[in-house]
Ligand binder design. Structure first.
Ligand SMILES: Nc1ncnc2c1ncn2[C@@H]1O[C@H](COP(=O)(O)OP(=O)(O)OP(=O)(O)O)[C@@H](O)[C@H]1O
Ligand SMILES: [Mg+2]
Length: 351
């Protein structure tokens, strides 16, 4: 079943407090859309509006061509996985997985085979008769995913499905979700996460939310390489955001002139220069910035240097550094013009 999701100016409020403000967003058939944003920005609310657990104050929700705004949750053809309390503790694994099928009134004789299929898909075929308390956290989350998949949903809603798991388990599950998506290429997935790595790894596109509003949407590469706002630049990946002034054909960072494309940024304004820390080179080069080292952190594959350049803390992630500079040492950092993005203050998304 291939469907897709469309939010058409969806607004949700609680007691007069708008927590989702006219959301317009389309998730294509088979697309994975990550919803990324700070706590309280409205991500779960958006998911609940699709699932039917919250009624919009205004706007419509479509699944495929169907307006589902007024439909009860079990008639929307949706699978949903939440962060915790996902399984019914008093039901065995197979009964948990069968739950949605029963609610959906699937033909009784079909249920055991569909439960077995779903458990097989998540690698939990051998655990059908266990209770949730007899499973690890990762196994419980797999069963929750099997339960969501058993109804063969056109749309899968995942609300921070991995956040309760430890880092190692999380990266294993991330690979499994990617595999599941390859096996179910028609299922549209809306995936809420705080975790940039999850969003960058799984998503075809990322929607960035802040304070009830959609701030940005684009492919992971677009948002990472060419962010349009400071908010996106700092939320998707790590960023140096440095205040610069833009003149006729030149950009200055304090006393230093920097070379960077100025397309779309008017002369005479202050703007923000965005350079990713790993794109900062150590030593002389184009767009050289000189300052003193205030902190050095060893991070395994890289050293993170903090350098005070004219009162601004500039971060550089440097690889293959045998001898890190001493604290207080004067160093030069540089970056290629094409690795920097100029953000004008007007597109801060802070309206
Ligand atoms: N049932 C409710 N009644 C009143 N306010 C609510 C209710 N559910 C959510 N809110 C409020 O709506 C806002 C958005 O909540 P939501 O759960 O969508 O955020 P979120 O982006 O999922 O955050 P998190 O990352 O912490 O899960 C919050 O300010 C929250 O307090
Ligand atoms: Mg949430």
């Amino acid at each position: 079943m291939s469907s897709g999701i469309r939010f058409d100016s969806v607004t949700v409020s609680y007691g007069g407090n708008v927590v989702l403000d006219s959301l317009d967003l389309t998730v294509g058939p088979g697309e994975v859309m990550a919803l990324l944003g700070p706590s309280g920005s409205g991500k779960t609310t958006a998911l609940r509006a699709v699932a039917g657990f919250v009624t919009p104050a205004a706007g419509r929700v479509f699944i495929g061509d169907r307006d589902v705004t007024g439909l009860p949750p079990h008639r929307r053809g949706i699978g949903m996985v939440v962060q915790q309390y996902a399984l019914f503790p008093h039901l065995r694994v197979d009964e948990n997985v069968a739950f949605g099928l029963r609610a959906q009134k699937a033909p009784k004789p079909e249920i055991p085979a569909r439960v077995a299929d779903a458990l097989e898909m998540v690698g939990m075929a051998g655990y059908a008769k266990r209770y949730p308390r007899e499973l690890s956290g990762g196994q419980q989350q797999r069963v929750a995913i099997a339960r969501a998949l058993a109804i063969r949903p056109g749309v899968l809603l995942l609300d921070e499905p991995l956040s309760a798991l430890d880092a190692q388990l999380r990266s294993g599950m991330l690979a499994e979700l990617a595999r599941l998506h390859r096996e179910l290429p028609d299922v549209s997935i809306l995936y809420v996460t705080h975790d940039q790595v999850e969003a960058l790894t799984l998503a075809d596109r990322i929607a960035v939310m802040d304070r009830a509003r959609l701030r940005d949407v684009g492919t992971p590469q677009e948002l990472y390489r060419r962010p349009r706002t400071e908010f996106t630049a700092s939320f998707v990946g790590n960023a140096n955001l440095l205040p610069v002034s833009v003149g006729e054909g030149q950009v200055s960072l304090g006393a230093a002139e920097v070379k960077v494309a100025t397309d779309g940024v008017a002369a005479g304004v202050t703007a923000t220069l965005c350079v990713r820390p790993h794109l900062m080179g150590l030593g002389p080069g184009p767009n050289a910035l000189t300052g003193s080292v205030t902190e050095v952190q060893w991070r395994g594959a890289t050293h993170r240097l903090y350098v005070d350049v004219g009162g601004h803390a500039v971060k550089a992630d440097v690889r293959e550094l045998r001898e890190p500079p001493a604290l207080g040492a004067e160093v030069t950092l540089h970056f290629a013009p094409e690795d920097a993005v100029l953000l004008s203050a007007g597109v801060n998304g802070d309206g």
